[in-house]
Design a protein around this ligand. Structure first.
Ligand code: NCD
Length: 300
């Protein structure tokens, strides 16, 4: 089994990951974590795009489960000598890893790699495609805070066109029964987007507001916003959040661009911001994903 998209998961897989993620979250707060569930397994990380949270949390997750973790040094690899991604995958496969975590700038790359690899492949973000483990950790964080997801009004705001986080979250949160409100600047909305994309309307009465960074690296031309302009027009400000539900929470997958898509003070507000909790939940949910995906290999 691979985890390429939210569509790779059955409803029961999703329930298992959220439940087990919640369990690992508590486990991770203990002073010592020496689980040996993945003892003897080798997990390889291959990240062809930058990452702080996702890469480190996969490394820590695999370590906490007792696996051996190897992170490919992409900058030092033979990709720089002209090797194709497929040939790199054949090389990695020959070393018999038990799971491969891949992040790549090309949408669809993890799925082509999965057809070469004999082990489970996890998509840790593919261009503007999907980022399923981020959506799973977001759902687990919401559920921990509210005790449910069904019926929650969740606003997802920003670069909906290029954000793989948005694409996976839209699929997952819809399946879990949330009521989504999508918003962003017209230039950054998907071509088939319905509605006016107003952030004020999306935030009005929302239980959760998830802000997204402009994916400038995926734009053909500069977005061209003057300092402060994006925040005023499309960002999360104190004035906008005041119209949300009284116990609204603020989410962001990171990295945050303070003063662009979000007012820094809101990101830091301990009563409302779940941003740091999302990071903590990221390790736990990735432990649950690694455990679920490698279980088939461990069963006789
Ligand atoms: C996101 C990503 O890489 O897609 N970051 C993350 O994984 N936490 C979001 C982003 O880069 O904007």
């Amino acid at each position: 089994m691979d985890l390429i998209s939210i569509d790779s998961l059955s409803d029961s897989d999703i329930a298992t990951i959220l439940d087990e993620g919640d369990r690992w979250f508590d486990y991770n707060r203990q002073p010592r974590r020496n689980a040996d569930k993945l003892d003897g397994l080798t997990i390889v990380n291959a990240f062809f795009e930058n990452s702080t949270r996702t890469l480190l949390s996969f490394e820590i997750a695999a370590n906490r489960l007792g696996a051996q973790v190897v992170t490919m040094q992409v900058e030092m690899s033979s990709i720089k000598k002209g090797e194709t991604l497929e040939d790199t995958a054949r090389t990695l496969n020959a070393m018999r890893p038990d799971a491969l975590i891949i992040r790549h700038g090309l949408s669809g790359a993890p799925s082509s790699i999965a057809s070469i690899m004999d082990c489970p492949v996890i998509n840790a973000g593919d261009g503007s495609g999907e980022h399923p483990t981020q959506a799973l950790l977001d759902a687990a964080t919401l559920r921990r805070r509210f005790g449910r997801i069904a019926g929650l009004k969740v606003a997802i705001c920003g670069d909906l066109k290029h954000s793989r986080v948005a694409h996976s979250n839209i699929k997952l949160l819809t399946r879990l029964g949330a009521e989504l409100r999508l918003a962003g600047p017209p230039e950054l909305l998907p071509d088939d987007f319905q509605g006016d994309g107003s952030i004020d309307a999306a935030v009005d009465g929302a239980d959760a507001v998830m802000m997204l960074r402009i994916q400038r690296e995926r734009l053909d031309e500069e977005f061209g916003d003057a300092p402060g302009e994006y925040l005023d027009r499309y960002g999360l400000t104190a004035a906008r959040i005041a119209k949300a539900a009284p116990d609204v929470v603020v989410m962001h997958p990171g990295p945050i661009n303070r003063g662009v898509e979000i007012d820094g003070a809101l990101a830091d507000d301990p009563t409302r911001s779940l941003i740091i909790l999302q990071v903590e939940m990221g390790v736990a949910v990735r432990m649950a994903c690694l455990d679920l995906l490698t279980a088939e290999r461990l069963s006789p």
